[in-house]
Design a protein around this ligand. Structure first.
Ligand code: CP
Ligand code: NVA
Length: 307
């Protein structure tokens, strides 16, 4: 059966584990698996800007023996004259998988419903599941395990990153804390889905308005830009509303002594995180950025094996 990764809870805990184990193996031996040898093509479509996602998919697909086809929606019919479902029906006859960075989650769902090849969400307004596979791999490398760890997120709790931390980390059996103003708390339906998943994994999600309470004793501290792509018009309001949720050295000091700091990047130093934290000894953001490559390769191998 064709499997897709549209949101983090599309994977069970066991499946997430399997992909992370594969990512570890592929990181050790980069050219070990070549399921795309032939070569087969993977379409990687961007409606929004990208550095890490574009590069890591292009390099990863080539590592797997395949050929990446990078498409900017601005130069395609998708988003203009053609629906996601019709685009999917055209692509599936020529490519092994479709990776898409877009705005609305509904577009990804329409794309997936219309095709027999795997569709991967490379970031939507709601979720960024590829980033979470890389983040979990990074946390595992630095902490040895995932289940039972506490991750504290600060800032825009309605962002794609916050929603993905909630779903992916609870799937991994972690305890997720989201610290944000009440109006920026994660969406109710995402929390309800995470709560249901938590019953199976032993994880949990807890919402805070006090950043200090959320940071206390955390193993992993994380934030994301206060102005996600598509939210530029709200910039001034967001900088004002989220100002109290900056990750500073003082906030880091409340977490465990061996806590790590992660950030999906790009980062606005001085806004959501101070330079001394992101450029300091607890930050593992460069490992995290590299792990996009290994995690996404594992994901593609896994998805192609499900067919
Ligand atoms: N973290 C991330 O997805 O980065 P890009 O926007 O550069 O792809
Ligand atoms: N929340 C950010 C993530 C960037 C990788 C955005 O959507 O712009």
């Amino acid at each position: 059966m064709t499997r897709h990764l549209l949101r983090d809870d599309d994977l069970s805990q066991a499946e997430q584990d399997e992909i992370l184990d594969l990512a570890v193996a592929l990181k050790k031996d980069r050219w070990k698996l070549k399921p795309l040898e032939g070569p087969q093509t993977v379409a990687v479509i961007f409606d929004k800007s990208s550095t890490r996602t574009r590069v890591s998919f292009a390099v990863g697909i080539a590592d797997l023996g395949g050929s990446p086809l990078i498409i900017s929606t601005a130069n395609s019919q998708l988003g203009g004259k053609e629906t996601p479902a019709d685009t999917a029906r055209v692509l599936e006859r020529q490519v092994a998988a479709i990776v898409w960075r877009t705005y609305a989650q509904a577009g990804l769902e329409q794309m997936a419903a219309g095709t027999r090849v795997p569709v991967v969400n490379a970031l939507s307004d709601d979720f960024h599941p590829c980033q979470l596979l890389a983040d979990l791999l990074t946390i595992k490398e630095h902490k040895g395990n995932l289940a039972g760890l506490t991750l504290a997120f600060f800032g825009d709790g309605k962002s794609n990153m916050a929603h993905s931390y909630v779903l992916a980390c609870v799937t991994a059996g972690m305890h997720v804390r989201v610290a944000s103003p009440e109006t920026y708390a994660p969406r109710d339906d995402v929390i309800a889905d995470a709560d249901r998943r938590a019953e199976q994994t032993g994880g949990s999600v807890t919402l805070y308005t006090d950043p200090n309470e959320a940071a206390a004793g955390a193993d992993v501290v994380v934030t994301d830009t206060w102005v996600s792509m598509g939210k530029e018009e709200e910039k001034l309001e967001r900088l004002r509303d989220l100002g109290g949720y900056k990750v500073t050295q003082e906030l880091m000091a409340l977490a465990k002594d061996d806590a790590i700091f992660i950030h999906c990047l790009p980062a606005d130093r001085g806004y959501e995180v101070d330079a001394e934290v992101i450029d300091g000894p607890q930050s593992v953001v460069w490992d995290e950025a590299e792990n996009r490559l290994h995690a996404q390769k594992a994901l593609l191998v896994w998805l192609l094996r499900q067919d």
